[in-house]
Design a protein around this ligand. Sequence first.
Ligand SMILES: Cc1cc2nc3c(=O)[nH]c(=O)nc-3n(C[C@H](O)[C@H](O)[C@H](O)COP(=O)(O)OP(=O)(O)OC[C@H]3O[C@@H](n4cnc5c(N)ncnc54)[C@H](O)[C@@H]3O)c2cc1C
Length: 413
Amino acid sequence: VRVDKTVVVGGGIIGLCSALALQRAGLPTILLAPERGSAPASFGNAGHIAIEQAEPLASWQTIRSAPRRLTIAGGALGLPPGQIRHWLPFALRLARAAAPTRYADGKAALSVLLAEAMPAWQRLAGSLPRRDLLIERGHIVVWHDPRAAERGLAAWRRTDIGTARFRPASTGECRDLGQAMARPPAGAIIFDNTAQVVDPGIVSAMLEQAFVAAGGERRIGRVRRLALAGTEAVLTTETGDTLQPRALLIAAGVESGALFRPLGIRVPIIAERGYHIQAAGHRWPDLPPVVFEERSMIVTRFESGLRAASFVEFGTLAAPPDPRRWQRLEHHVADLGLPVATPFTRWMGARPTLPDYLPAIGRVRQATNLFYAFGHQHLGMTLGPVTGELVAALLAGQPTTLPLGPYALDRFG
Ligand SMILES: Cc1cc2nc3c(=O)[nH]c(=O)nc-3n(C[C@H](O)[C@H](O)[C@H](O)COP(=O)(O)OP(=O)(O)OC[C@H]3O[C@@H](n4cnc5c(N)ncnc54)[C@H](O)[C@@H]3O)c2cc1C
């Protein structure tokens, strides 16, 4: 069936921001995704608007530090032996992307996106009924070991943090932070112009409501496959419907790669799986997100409860979760003495990651109506609104505020 509308596939933060921006730009849009609450990464993340992460993780620093970050060494990096056929080719591509010139280009491309991320978030949040979706009061990084604090501060001073700003916390501020845990940190730094969202679940609900209120059409379902009909892409849903839309945007997170395969487009995406635990009842003070850097764990107070998130485990989304990750998070929370009063719920989901840690935003050459926006790795919540704005301009045939060349999928050959 031909539809004279744009179809957006995927109801995570990227699909939602894109669908809303398209609909508001005057392009009638259908959002096709499973029901909300199907727990994609956009639900389970740490909610941190991380404009400070301007250095792509495809770097020699990442590679050098990998052995001591492994879970078997007590760290947060999981390379499960059973998943080696997925992560080994990815690691080799990552190493190539970490070469000095590619790294420098990647950093420039990520930095310009991140520089636009907060203004885009402010525009989006300001346009929605609930103005407190975006809480602009920075975030905090803490260390409990004095030497780790010294090294950590020095490392942050060497890091390119884009448009973000930080300062070391005073002794008094560290003492105050200590009220939220068994013992005060030995050192901390305070970022003042980063942010958090009020709750990822609420963000998704608000975006979906705004999309429908703007006249957008929400369809519950999944795409089974894409195919070409002449020069146009056609999708078939799992219930057997076939749609040939005016424009088709694939924003299906880590599952985007599989959708492109039948068209002969190989996408080297990997599931970078993360875990969280969350307690509805807690006495955690009203603090911005706190990163416990020695434990690679971030704790965020959301409207729905206190969430602790960590781990990067490379493989497939479909592989069963490893319960030891949740146990480790629970151990961290107990060991730090965080004031949690109710049992934890447990979640696992996947960051959609490409080997150079840049997203893919653009259009494919193989079909005249086929576009994509996925691969936002650790930064999807941060980059959702700016991605939506870029996608809307691209599909409307208008100039984009940033050149999209660096994010084109054909960079992978
Ligand atoms: C533990 C953890 C913590 C994180 N913390 C942060 C953070 O603090 N800040 C930050 O900026 N980012 C963070 N991230 C990263 C962020 O969550 C992701 O980058 C982002 O959610 C990706 O959004 P997405 O819309 O591309 O994908 P997803 O959220 O995975 O959504 C994909 C959507 O596509 C749908 N879909 C898939 N296949 C199909 C199909 N065939 N047909 C139809 N629909 C389909 C899915 O059902 C889903 O609705 C974190 C991630 C994790 C795992």
